[in-house]
Write a protein that binds this ligand. Structure first.
Ligand SMILES: CC(C)(COP(=O)(O)OP(=O)(O)OC[C@H]1O[C@@H](n2cnc3c(N)ncnc32)[C@H](O)[C@@H]1OP(=O)(O)O)[C@@H](O)C(=O)NCCC(=O)NCCS
Length: 159
């Protein structure tokens, strides 16, 4: 059973943080500080089961031609129901609406993103702007995530 994708509200931040921290503690994704999540609340999409957040993801604009999908997490008991796919779809649709030609992600789950047309690239191919955030990452400078990019059809608005 699929869910309904909605933009996140401030009151969702603690629940999303809890979900992300659960997987970060298992080494499956990077942790996000609450402060960063509040600052970037407009980036986040959620799927609820009643009032409980069961999945979230964010699309963060990096530059005029580049955005990142971040913080994609689906609660363990809700996985393999298509919710991750719905959230990637919502992020790509938002990129298209913005006229954003390229979306990338850094992940330990490249096979999941490849299902949606993302292609693996050498991290060093990503623009330097991407790395300005990395000094805050606990893994810096030993990033072991895999970079993938997706080219969005912007209908000729950009690029
Ligand atoms: C990775 C994750 C987001 C997938 O979410 P999900 O809701 O279970 O995925 P979906 O049900 O939408 O799966 C969509 C497709 O991807 C496949 N898929 C799901 N997880 C996969 C994985 N880890 N590797 C490869 N393919 C995967 C599904 O089989 C499905 O393919 P199909 O349509 O051919 O059957 C989820 O497992 C998760 O939150 N994991 C922990 C956090 C994490 O690793 N986040 C990753 C980004 S940093």
């Amino acid at each position: 059973m699929k869910g309904t994708v909605e933009k996140a509200r401030i009151s969702d931040v603690n629940h999303m943080h809890h979900l992300i921290t659960h997987f970060a503690d298992k080494g499956e994704m990077l942790a996000r500080p609450l402060s960063e999540m509040y600052e970037n609340i407009r980036d986040y999409f959620v799927i609820r089961d009643n009032e409980l957040i069961i999945a979230c993801a964010a699309l963060h604009v990096m530059w005029e031609d580049l955005a990142e999908i971040k913080s994609l997490a689906v609660a363990e008991e809700s996985q393999r129901r298509g919710l991750g796919e719905q959230l990637v779809g919502a992020c790509l649709k938002e990129a298209e609406r913005l006229g954003m030609p390229t979306v990338f992600c850094l992940t330990y789950k490249p096979a999941f993103f490849e299902k949606f047309g993302f292609k693996q690239v050498d991290k060093m191919e990503l623009p330097h702007k991407v790395w300005t955030e990395c000094y805050r990452c606990p893994k810096f400078p030993n990033c072991d995530e895999i970079a993938l990019v997706h080219h969005v059809d912007t209908g000729g608005q950009l690029g």
